[in-house]
Ligand binder design. Sequence first.
Ligand SMILES: NC(=O)c1ccc[n+]([C@@H]2O[C@H](COP(=O)([O-])OP(=O)(O)OC[C@H]3O[C@@H](n4cnc5c(N)ncnc54)[C@H](O)[C@@H]3O)[C@@H](O)[C@H]2O)c1
Length: 435
Amino acid sequence: MKITIFGTGYVGLVSGICFAELGNDVTCVDIDAEKIETLNKGIIPIYEPGLKELYEKTKERGLIHFTTDAATAIESGKVLFICVGTPQKQNGQADLSYVMAVASSIGKHMKEYKVIVDKSTVPVGTADKVAHAIKESQDTAVEFDVTSNPEFLKEGSAIKDFMEPDRIVVGADSERAQQVMLELYKPFVTEKAKVIFMDVKSAEITKYAANAMLATRISFMNELAPLCEEVGADIIKVARGIGTDTRIGPKFLQAGPGYGGSCFPKDIRALSHVLETHGQANTILKAVDAANERTKNRVVPRVKKMLGSLAKKRVAVWGLAFKPETDDMRESPAIPIIEQLQEEFATVVAYDPEAEETSKKVIKNVEYAADRYSCVEGADLLIIVTDWAEFKTANMEKVKSLLKGDFVFDGRNLFSPGKMKELGFRYESMGRKGV
Ligand SMILES: NC(=O)c1ccc[n+]([C@@H]2O[C@H](COP(=O)([O-])OP(=O)(O)OC[C@H]3O[C@@H](n4cnc5c(N)ncnc54)[C@H](O)[C@@H]3O)[C@@H](O)[C@H]2O)c1
């Protein structure tokens, strides 16, 4: 099938390359000419495991094209995916200006029936607005359908998530659009993964509901963490205790330094805003967001409490990305943690396997180490922010010998307090008593 994709960010790029891998003819459009030039040179501008290899394969087969020419791309595609950003406005509302700009462009250039697919995360009612914008910009009326197909991929495992989804949610109000979407997604359907058809509005709400539910679980555990620390309980045991209940399940119950990323923070606020405009002001989501802010802001005060003044201390930080296997630092807890350390006049030396270049654009005055061990060499303390596998497997005896001080703050509960004590560390973590 001929597919056009607007936006070559995480979602657009992964979707485009994966659809091409399955034999579709895909054209990806972006307004960022530099990005398109980079992609046409064969360079993938983000770090996502396996994406580069898959891109090279599909490029060789001639199934993927990158362009800034929206008009030609609209004409060629039977299905037009909108995968542009929906950032947060100051009041928490989702900014739909990029989505609406694509809609107007589609209306202007379409000459025959198209299925327009909203894959960007958007508030309920957006498909109606997109349809309105398309009609407004058409010179002559041409038929089309707007569907909603929320994306559930996770950065770091995006290809697997896209190729082997738990489910595919499609909101389509017309039989014609449903048939096109079914044809497109047929190769993905397995016993496990079904296409779940529903009305457009329910699909739009489903995406926000999924992220809000996951963020709520994280914030809930992060609210129990300080209690566990104070009374000498262990949040990992609590998580195991409840996660083995099949009604609850084990995922997204890990206490940590707060959720971040390009989706949870903004999506929780956007849904909260939608609820507010529908008369529900004091929602669970407000508490989820507030708990997350408190969690991110607990780390440095706890470190300071242990060490007294942080002035002139050399602080090693392991991890900058908001989670492992990505170089994305949008809303990463590493940002407030490092900024607060700097406000305390500490010197920060950081190491992240992938996010150093991203970090240089978002945080100032950070020294970067080449690997996990040189990062801790001569440092007064270590703070672990991201749970990259190479931190979990680090030789902590070696870390002890390289570190000048003896204090480790483990924001991800990677190590056992007992073992850390045996190695001679003073050790604090999330939701477990310090040793
Ligand atoms: N990143 C994720 O893990 C993820 C997962 C699921 C859903 N989403 C949602 O998907 C959407 C896209 O997210 P992302 O992280 O891929 O965004 P992104 O910011 O990484 O990329 C968006 C891209 O769209 C381009 N763009 C803007 N206006 C355009 C236009 N008029 N025509 C063509 N391109 C245009 C930008 O230049 C940019 O390259 C958002 O709504 C997000 O909430 C993201």
